[in-house]
Design a protein around this ligand. Structure first.
Ligand code: SF4
Length: 431
């Protein structure tokens, strides 16, 4: 790319224009800055553009090079699709009466050569959530068939009516297409109070959660009934406890333990994974004994002082999540972190050092570099961060960690057992 893309602005009615008097800037922490040309890639398919009401985009003047606001309209940001990680946030100035933005990611976006560009990197080659890969006809017939097969299974009804047909959850859509990762939500409650929780937002907040929490406690029988056939028949099968439409699955560890034991009595196929806040290492140990072979612990940071004001845990502490990773590692299981990437926080020197320590102390196998779906100003304000400190850049950080930890894997999704035990870099295209 020979030059920076031009800044984008909207007329507030959903129409987006380029301002050819300004090169677009990116944001890291609280700071706007010019972005190197090699950071930009074409907006991937499945990506979307958002207008940000009562926010003015920041760019550098193409003639003077001076940084200034675009007064022509509202700022614009990109929601980049899963499998891609954003390396800069959209840069804008927030006007006094701006409302909190909904729970999406806001990546820097610009216009160049008749194309939209974003600051992102493809971190995952797995195609399981590529929008082109979803066949509506297959999904519809899958929903019909499985709803009639499991007439009395409340979980399959929840996955069909809520997750697949209402929220369009990619995991549920893959389940009804009979492939890959099968979701198992199980917990109506949680022992954390994350500021950006996607399944529960307190009344006093102006933003809403993107999906509602499960309203019932499934039985082990309901879980086993639809997961065993999936493990037996689906390509690259994974059963994943812990979904966006529930609270914390470890609060249901007794039911999950029963399910795991029964599942493994029926089949040895696939990976049995849990996506969790990692709050109860004792329960994790019991689940590993019952057959769990993979864990993904969510975190916004490897630093306790950044983690706690965001997760606001009820009855556990940061060190418990570290212990949960160690427990699975001791069982020889696969350990990932669901790492919420926030340019300016994630790539700060302090965070980089803390993450190195976490990788060393837990034997971490994989980092899932996930875009943080949250209003940047709101997030930093809520956790009380006024200065993010010196930063090294997201790409630079990824490279440094890869150099130091040669076996450490990167991605966006939980790997299948075929990738865990076999060739991690294998191609999914044929599945
Ligand atoms: S751990 Fe998950 S369910 Fe619980 S508050 Fe946080 S985001 Fe919400």
């Amino acid at each position: 790319m020979k030059q920076s893309p031009f800044l984008l602005y909207s007329d507030g009615k959903g129409n987006i224009f380029e301002d050819t008097s300004l090169y677009v800037c990116g944001r890291s922490g609280w700071d706007a800055m010019p972005v190197e040309n090699e950071e930009w890639i074409e907006l991937p398919s499945g990506g979307q553009l958002y207008e940000l009401p009562n926010r003015r985009g920041i760019g550098t003047d193409v003639i003077s090079g001076e940084m200034r606001l675009c007064e022509k309209g509202w700022a614009v940001a990109a929601f980049i699709p899963p499998a891609f990680t954003g390396t800069y946030l959209a840069a804008y100035e927030t006007l006094p009466d701006a409302e909190t933005l909904p729970l999406f990611c806001y990546t820097a976006a610009g216009w160049y050569n008749d194309q939209f560009y974003v600051t992102a990197i493809r971190i995952e080659k797995d195609i399981r959530q590529e929008s082109e890969g979803f066949d509506e006809g297959k999904i519809e017939s899958g929903v019909k068939e499985l709803l009639s097969t499991y007439k009395h299974n409340r979980l399959v009804q929840h996955l069909a009516n809520n997750c697949c047909l209402t929220y369009h959850c990619p995991a549920a859509r893959n389940y009804f297409m009979g492939r890959w990762e099968c979701p198992v939500p199980s917990s109506p409650a949680c022992n954390a109070n994350c500021i950006g929780c996607i399944s529960f937002q307190p009344q006093e907040e102006t933003i809403v959660s993107t999906q509602d929490r499960l309203m019932f406690k499934p039985t082990a029988e309901e879980i086993i009934e639809y997961t065993v056939p999936h493990l037996e028949t689906a390509p690259f099968p994974i059963v994943s406890f812990g979904q966006g439409c529930e609270g914390e699955p470890l609060l249901m560890w007794q039911t999950i333990k029963q399910a795991l034991l029964e599942i493994r009595k029926h089949t040895k196929k696939g990976s049995l994974n849990i996506n969790t806040n990692g709050s109860n290492p004792g329960a994790v140990k019991v689940l590993c004994e019952a057959g769990l072979n993979s864990i993904r612990v969510s975190t916004n940071s490897a630093r306790e002082k950044i983690y706690t004001p965001y997760y606001r845990p009820n009855n556990y502490e940061f060190n418990d999540i570290v212990e949960s990773l160690k427990v699975v590692n001791d069982f020889g299981g696969w350990t990932s972190i669901n790492y919420f990437v926030f340019p300016g926080m994630t790539d700060s020197v302090e965070e980089y050092e803390a993450l190195r320590k976490l990788i060393k102390s837990t034997g971490l196998k994989m980092i899932q570099w996930r875009n943080f779906n949250i209003d940047p100003d709101w997030y930093l304000g809520k956790i009380g961060v006024t200065d993010t400190g010196e930063c090294i850049g997201i790409r630079q950080m990824m490279d440094l960690l890869k150099d130091e930890f040669q076996d450490l894997k990167y991605g966006y999704f939980n790997p299948s057992i075929e990738r865990i035990k076999g060739d991690f870099e294998m191609d999914y295209a044929g599945a």
